[in-house]
Every structure is written in structure tokens, then in C-alpha cells.
Ligand binder design. Structure first.
Ligand SMILES: C[S@@+](CC[C@H](N)C(=O)[O-])C[C@H]1O[C@@H](n2cnc3c(N)ncnc32)[C@H](O)[C@@H]1O
Length: 389
């Protein structure tokens, strides 16, 4: 995405982002149309296929004018199969090609999710990623949210707006009363409740969505992340919202705090397959091997994080993944190896309506949840209690 938007600003940048996003979202269906129109299947990595994908995404999804699409696409294949590309784009317009109602998931993802969850889950995921999701805002204080009467509130300090607005131009952005955060991503910090001056270690904290929530809820936050660049964004976010935290750059495989904390929140690095609505590239690039590698890293980080919780304290483990290996399986392995630790299930009053814990007390958000209200990212959240001594 970075390469596609380099040097662009404003409307040009937004258009480039839309072309890339919609191409990735609809790529399986765009490829089916391309393959149906060529005598020989174009290799996956040839330029002509890439050009056809982005041109068809503009024609069929973004509804750009045909002449503009053709005249910007053809120079991209100069010295190559210009005639083929021209012929396919002309056919698409003459025959009024249509995309299906739902964007098809890449086959390996569909198979993996059907096996782990169910076929209806795959269908719900396809429906969920067929259009960009709405914008969820988290507020520093409930009073700030009153000024958004047209937005829907699905939880305290939360407002949901229709997609398509530029965040920086929305009211109050500079004043810093809110930040963008999917409702599902706000659940881990919600489970820690009010801080009342107690200390929480926010591990893997950048760019700081959960740090801001915790600081706003009265926690003394120590925010740790290994990435200097992402910590810059965290710092800017804290500054904009007027919230504070101790910010530490450290790799938590080697870094350790001086003292144990009342609570630890580990928002572990993961495959990020749960945020596929916003980042459709994820499903094209994540493979089982990466999920395995992430799961191994998460197990290491989780067991280190557990050492830093005071006796009787709380550990939140979260990932924005729809893979059980990065969620349910992590917790069950953790409990097998950490005597005395238990799951502390969230009560209904702690969760937005329509989100409940599973039979073990764990939170798993899936694409069908709140579908009629704009859906949710796929998240896994466990609240774990340390033994008392
Ligand atoms: C899911 S993101 C965190 C999102 C963040 N908690 C929020 O709410 O905005 C995961 C973060 O983990 C960090 N990370 C990955 N490996 C790490 C490690 N070994 N030690 C510390 N941070 C790490 C990454 O730099 C990344 O910022």
C-alpha cells in the first residue's frame, strides 16, 4: 500500500488506496473474469494480469468511467500485451461484466476457516469483507461522545459512523477527544475496568489504541513495544488525546519490568487475519507456516507476561486473528503449563450486546456478529487470573 501511495496526497491518495483495497478484496472474482476471457491462463505474476485486476476493480467496483480506466491502464503495458488488455477491458464494458454479491475468499483461507469454524462462518466472512467496514471511534470520556447524535453507540465511550469519512477532517480530531478503534479491538482493555491508579503493563502497545483506553480509564500505564517507529505513533496519539503513559522501547523476549503489575495486557503480534475487512491483503499473504511461527512467538510472550502479574492479578491475552492456533489453543496450552491460573470470564455487563463469552469464558468475535450493524473485526480475548500466592 505504501508503494502505491508514495508521493500522493488528498483525493489522489484516497483513490490509490481504494484501487488497491478493492483489487485485493475482489481479486479471486476478478481473476475468474480474467481467466474466462483469455484463451491461455495468464501466469499469476505477469504484469498484464496485475493491470487487468486494477483496471477491472476500477470499472466494476469503483465504477470509474471506462475511457479513463482504459487510458490509464494501457500505458502500463506498453511494449507488452496491450491488445489483449484492451480487448478484455472493452469486452468487460460491452458485456457489462458484474461481480458476485459477495467477494470470494482466497481458497486456502476459505478451507482453513471452514475446517476451524464452519461453512456459514466463511459465508459471513465473505459478506463482511465485500465492502469497507464502518468507522468506530473510542472516546476519552462519555461526555465527548454526546456531540455525535447521529452515530450509533454499541458500548460506553463508543460511536459507530458510516464508512467513507476522512478521519482527520472529522469534528474534534485536533482536540483529541477520540481515536479510531474497531469495537472488537476495544474489548481487551474494557475487561480491565477502571484503573483507580493501579498499574498495568501494556505489552506490544503501539500504536496505542489500548494504551489510550487504559490511561482514559484511570490506569497507570507502562506501554512497551519493540518498534521505535510504531512508538512514535503511540507518542503522537497520547499527545493528541492529552493522555499519559510511561513509554518503553523493549523486546519483551528479553526486556523485563522491575516490579510485577496489578494487570498485564498482552496484545500479541499475530497473523492479523481478523482485520481482513480493513486490510484485505492479509488473506492473500498469510500461510499456515506464518500462523505456526506467530503461535510459537505468542506462547513465548504469554508465558513471559504471566511472570509479571502480581499474585491474584489479571492478565489479558488478545490477538486480532481468526485462527484458533493464535487464540483458544494458546490459552489451553498456557493453562496446561501454568498451575493455579484460571480463566476469569467476562460478565454480560462488561460486554457490548451481541457479544458473549464462549462456554469456557473466552471472547471470540466472528464475522456474523453484529453483521446488520456493520460487523466487527475478528478478535480473541482471554482474561486470566493469576494464582493468589
Ligand atoms: C497487534 S500490534 C499492537 C496494537 C496495539 N496494542 C494497539 O492497541 O494499538 C502488535 C505490536 O507488537 C509489537 N511487537 C512484536 N513483537 C514484539 C516483541 N517481541 N516485543 C515487544 N513488542 C513486540 C509490534 O511492534 C506491534 O506494535
Amino acid at each position: 500500500m505504501h508503494a502505491a501511495t508514495q508521493g500522493l496526497t488528498g483525493a489522489d491518495r484516497a483513490f490509490a488506496v481504494a484501487i488497491v483495497s478493492e483489487t485485493l478484496r475482489w481479486m479471486v472474482d476478478l481473476d475468474a473474469l480474467i481467466d474466462g476471457a483469455t484463451a491461455q491462463i495468464l501466469p499469476d505474476d505477469v504484469k498484464s494480469r496485475a493491470v487487468l485486476r486494477i483496471a477491472l476493480a476500477q470499472l466494476l467496483v469503483l465504477k470509474s468511467p471506462g475511457h479513463a480506466v482504459v487510458s490509464t491502464a494501457l500505458p502500463l503495458v506498453d511494449g507488452g500485451p496491450r491488445r489483449l488488455v484492451h480487448a478484455i477491458l472493452s469486452r468487460a464494458q460491452q458485456e457489462e461484466w458484474q461481480l458476485p454479491d459477495r467477494a470470494t475468499l482466497p481458497l486456502p483461507t476459505a478451507e482453513r476457516w471452514a475446517e476451524q469454524w464452519s461453512l456459514p462462518m466463511v459465508e459471513a466472512a465473505e459478506a463482511a469483507w465485500s465492502a469497507p467496514p464502518p468507522i468506530d471511534l473510542s472516546f476519552v470520556a462519555e461526555s465527548g461522545a454526546d456531540e455525535w447524535p447521529d452515530a450509533v453507540s454499541l458500548a460506553p465511550r463508543h460511536r459507530r459512523l458510516p464508512r467513507g469519512q476522512a478521519v482527520e477532517t472529522m469534528p474534534g480530531y485536533r482536540e483529541g477527544g477520540w481515536w479510531v478503534q474497531d469495537l472488537a479491538a476495544s474489548l481487551p482493555a474494557r475487561l480491565l475496568g477502571a484503573g483507580e491508579g493501579r498499574t498495568v503493563l501494556d505489552l506490544c502497545a503501539a500504536p496505542g489504541g489500548k494504551t489510550m483506553q487504559l490511561a482514559a480509564a484511570g490506569w497507570n500505564v507502562v506501554a512497551v513495544d519493540s518498534s521505535a517507529k510504531r512508538l512514535e505513533r503511540l507518542r503522537a496519539n497520547m499527545e493528541r488525546t492529552g493522555l499519559s503513559a510511561d513509554i518503553v522501547q523493549g523486546d519483551i523476549r528479553s526486556w523485563a519490568p522491575e516490579n510485577q503489575a496489578d494487570a498485564v495486557l498482552l496484545d500479541a503480534p499475530c497473523s492479523a487475519t481478523g482485520i481482513f475487512r480493513r486490510h484485505p491483503d492479509v488473506l492473500h499473504r498469510i500461510e499456515p507456516r506464518q500462523i505456526e511461527e506467530m503461535a510459537a512467538l505468542q506462547a513465548e510472550l504469554l508465558s513471559r507476561a504471566a511472570r509479571w502479574v502480581k499474585p491474584g492479578g489479571t492478565l489479558i491475552y488478545a490477538t486480532c486473528s481468526l485462527e484458533q492456533a493464535e487464540g483458544e489453543d494458546q490459552v489451553s496450552t498456557f493453562l496446561d503449563h501454568h498451575a493455579g491460573w484460571t480463566i476469569a470470564p467476562a460478565g454480560a455487563e462488561e460486554l457490548p450486546e451481541a457479544i458473549a463469552t464462549d462456554e469456557k469464558g473466552l471472547i471470540r468475535t466472528l464475522p456474523a456478529m453484529l453483521a446488520d450493524a456493520g460487523g466487527l473485526d475478528g478478535f480473541f480475548v482471554a482474561r486470566l487470573r493469576a494464582p493468589s500466592d
